[in-house]
Write a protein that binds this ligand. Structure first.
Ligand code: ADP
Ligand code: ASP
Ligand code: MG
Length: 412
């Protein structure tokens, strides 16, 4: 029997009516002869509300209890989806992560999936059950505690199930009808892509395009899962949406295929750091131990044996970064004259596998930003992407300017 995985995001299960609409879609796939594994997110806004409750109750919370609370939104939608399917005479039942059990590492709030045993659900399919509804985003640690997979983690649950059950496809139903050249909320010129290469999707996701969680793309790439993103509000056939696939399966593509942004970044500069071997390790070691996700790094030129070190991190980690640096200075690990935090920056990136063989992309990017008077604070590049840090107030403008300069509204 062929297994199909269907994942419904928060807006697709935001109300009982939307759950019914999603259930009807599932019913149609069952009628085609599939056994279906449905992965559900919490109702739109629910996880944010739960995170807010945790922070309000306990600012420096115990991550295990954070996971116990924030995973609960998915329990509600899993049960409601199973009930809705039963009302439609589709044999279905729900599973919470621990019941599968979806095993993960102990890294609370950012756990990694380690194992998904298939026997339990497979047996139920053999007994005539047609739909297994699984609560996304959650799992169980080796210590027997509830874990979560990081924000947006239901995408990863879905792809991991598709890999474990060797599914024919993993369909991610969301509030847009596919992956676009950039977030369609930022520019109406954003164009839906019929196909996108795994590598490009991976970069776009990790640079801020939240349509898929980064880890879900990594897993799909590794386990060759046929991954599709499509709208839960529009009807379409099996070619609807965007297929995330191998580079070889893409016929035409632009040099730059997408623009991503990450709104909540911060830029921190340590002034007057000694320019000597081991200094980078002395700075970034404590930051990493403090759980700060450092992204871009720039070391300025050295004068009189001293230099300035600039790095970026998510804006909500600034307090933690400052504390780690102050403690490192007090313990004599590092010396610096001042620490300056700029919390009003955003990162904008262009991505495209065509950059491997084309030169001039960076120059064109910088020219387009300069034409809009956008000042670039930090630049980083890799083989298929260029990222810049700019003032947050220019973020939308920068995305639009880059989308225009690379002609992303049309196929080259
Ligand atoms: P879900 O709740 O279904 O998981 P998300 O809000 O996590 O949905 O992801 C969908 C959103 O991702 C869209 O509404 C859109 O604003 C945003 N997005 C960002 N970049 C892109 C892109 N390149 N293509 C499509 N959507 C994008
Ligand atoms: N509900 C979780 C979140 O909002 C997981 C998900 O939706 O993928 O992050
Ligand atoms: Mg999501």
């Amino acid at each position: 029997m062929s297994v199909l995985v269907m994942k419904f995001g928060g807006t697709s299960v935001a109300t009982l009516d939307r759950i019914r609409r999603a259930a009807k879609r599932v019913g149609r796939e069952v009628a085609k002869g599939h056994d279906v594994i449905v992965i559900v997110s919490a109702m739109a806004g629910k996880t944010n509300e739960l995170v807010g409750w945790v922070s309000e109750t306990s600012p420096f919370f115990d991550a295990r209890e954070y996971d116990a609370v924030v995973s609960s939104g998915e329990n509600v939608t899993a049960g409601l989806m199973a009930l809705t399917l039963q009302e439609m005479d589709v044999p279905a039942r729900s599973w919470q992560g621990w019941q599968v059990p979806l095993r993960t590492s102990s890294a609370h709030s950012a756990a990694r999936i380690t194992e998904i045993p298939t026997d339990n659900i497979t047996q139920k399919f053999a007994e005539g059950m047609k739909v297994a509804v699984v609560a996304g985003f959650q799992g169980i640690s080796p210590e027997g505690r509830i874990t979560t997979l990081g924000r947006g983690g239901s995408d990863t649950t879905a792809v991991a199930f598709a890999a474990a059950f060797n599914a024919v496809r993993c369909d991610i139903y969301t509030d847009v009808d596919g992956v676009y050249t950039t977030d369609p909320r930022i520019t109406s010129k954003a164009r839906k892509l019929d196909r996108i290469a795994f590598e490009e999707m991976l970069e776009l996701a990790s640079l801020g395009a939240k349509v898929l969680q980064t880890r879900s793309v990594e897993l799909a790439m590794r386990y060759k899962v046929k991954l599709r993103v499509l709208s839960s509000f529009e009807d379409g056939d099996e070619t609807a949406g965007t297929l995330v696939c191998d580079e070889e399966d893409i016929v035409e593509s632009n040099v730059v295929s997408g623009v991503a942004y990450s709104r909540d970044e911060a830029k921190m500069t340590l002034l007057g750091v000694a320019d000597k071997p081991g200094i980078a390790a002395a700075i970034f070691g404590p930051l990493s131990e403090a759980g700060v996700n450092v992204d871009m790094i720039v070391q300025n030129i050295s004068e009189h044996g001293e230099t300035d070190m600039t790095f970026s991190c998510p804006v909500d980690q600034v307090a933690r970064a400052e504390k780690a640096m102050r403690e490192a200075r007090e313990s004599g690990e590092i010396g610096f004259s001042d620490l300056v935090a700029d919390t009003d920056v955003a990162k904008v990136s262009v991505v495209g596998i065509g950059m491997r063989s084309h030169t001039g992309v960076a120059a064109q990017m910088f020219k387009a930003l300069s034409a809009e008077n956008v000042n670039i604070k930090v630049i980083t590049t890799s083989e298929i992407k260029i990222s810049v840090l700019i003032d947050r107030k220019y973020m939308e403008l920068a995305v639009q300017a880059l989308h225009d300069t690379f002609g992303l509204d049309k196929v080259a």
